[in-house]
Design a binder for this molecule. Structure first.
Ligand SMILES: C[C@@]1(CC(=O)O)C2=NC(=C\c3[nH]c(c(CCC(=O)O)c3CC(=O)O)Cc3[nH]c(c(CC(=O)O)c3CCC(=O)O)/C=C3\N/C(=C\2)[C@@H](CCC(=O)O)[C@]3(C)CC(=O)O)/[C@H]1CCC(=O)O
Ligand SMILES: NC(=O)c1ccc[n+]([C@@H]2O[C@H](COP(=O)([O-])OP(=O)(O)OC[C@H]3O[C@@H](n4cnc5c(N)ncnc54)[C@H](O)[C@@H]3O)[C@@H](O)[C@H]2O)c1
Length: 208
């Protein structure tokens, strides 16, 4: 199966996670970086999910699954440990809703990659279900290769690019955007020498 990778904006959209165990907790934690309206349907919750419920970060429906729980959901996670319950959730899903089951059986409209976040810089890894353990290993390697300094670096690139787009056009713009990637800049950021970065941007904007 060839999946289509995408970055989804879930803000203010309804997402339903059925199940409240270890895997459901992983899915909810991945969703919490968004402003999705997260509903968890399960008679049991992990301590972590109980905590999120108390903080009103998720809405907990303390019950077993019923089809009505899926109303208006854009994403649905069947995250129970019961294959028959996951089957019922799959059957109750409308054709327009995006559905996945954590047991990777039956209908899979999407699956989750492993994610390393450094601010706006987002690295994702997937083996399309072939080996989640290998995915995790590569994620670990990437998180070491791209440490926290890449958050500030991406922020610098974003602000620098914005300033260049406001000032230049055509070939001049193209050259200035390419010059932002000068490797020295990353070193300055890693040394927390933000003044050098600022001087560098000013030089680019003056067209030197
Ligand atoms: C990336 C990550 C994101 C996340 O979970 O959100 C994720 N699995 C992670 C970890 C992980 N999962 C499992 C292990 C134990 C080692 C092993 O079994 O290999 C480990 C490793 C660990 O935890 O150390 C077991 C497992 N996973 C699935 C099944 C069902 C099956 O395949 O039958 C079983 C067997 C259950 C059983 O044995 O009964 C299915 C899926 N897991 C996926 C994603 C999707 C495919 C992603 C891909 O291939 O790249 C897919 C298809 C659906 C989905 O869940 O989206 C997360 C990274 C953690 C991180 O970020 O550090
Ligand atoms: N995708 C992955 O990364 C991954 C990793 C490991 C395991 N798995 C799969 O995920 C499944 C769940 O694993 P887990 O560790 O979270 O299990 P778990 O036992 O910790 O949690 C299962 C949850 O399902 C809930 N549940 C059971 N019946 C329900 C119903 N009728 N309605 C609502 N909720 C119901 C339970 O209350 C519980 O909260 C495993 O059986 C396995 O197939 C997937």
């Amino acid at each position: 199966m060839s999946y289509f990778p995408i970055m989804l904006n879930l803000d203010y959209k309804k997402v339903v996670v059925v199940g409240g165990g270890h895997v459901a907790t992983q899915k909810v934690e991945a969703l919490l970086v968004t402003k999705a309206n997260i509903i968890v349907v399960s008679p049991m919750l992990t301590a972590t999910l109980q905590h999120y419920s108390q903080l009103r970060k998720i809405q907990w429906r303390n019950k077993t699954f019923e089809p009505v729980d899926l109303d208006d959901a854009i994403l649905i996670f069947a995250a129970t440990n019961e294959e028959t319950v996951n089957d019922q959730i799959e059957q109750a899903t409308q054709h327009w809703q995006l559905f996945m089951r954590v047991d990777n059986n039956g209908r899979m409209d999407f699956m989750n990659p492993a994610v390393v976040r450094r601010g706006d810089f987002v690295l994702t890894v997937s083996t399309s279900g072939a080996s989640p353990a290998f995915t995790r290993q590569v994620k670990q390697q990437l998180s070491e290769q791209f440490d926290d300094s890449y958050e500030a670096y991406t922020s610098f690139l974003k602000n620098g690019r914005q300033a260049i787009l406001e000032k230049f056009e055509g070939e001049q713009k193209r050259r200035a955007v390419a010059a932002l990637l000068e490797p020295q800049v990353l070193q300055w950021i890693q040394q927390q020498d933000f003044e050098q970065c600022e001087n560098y941007i000013q030089q680019l904007l003056e067209g030197e």
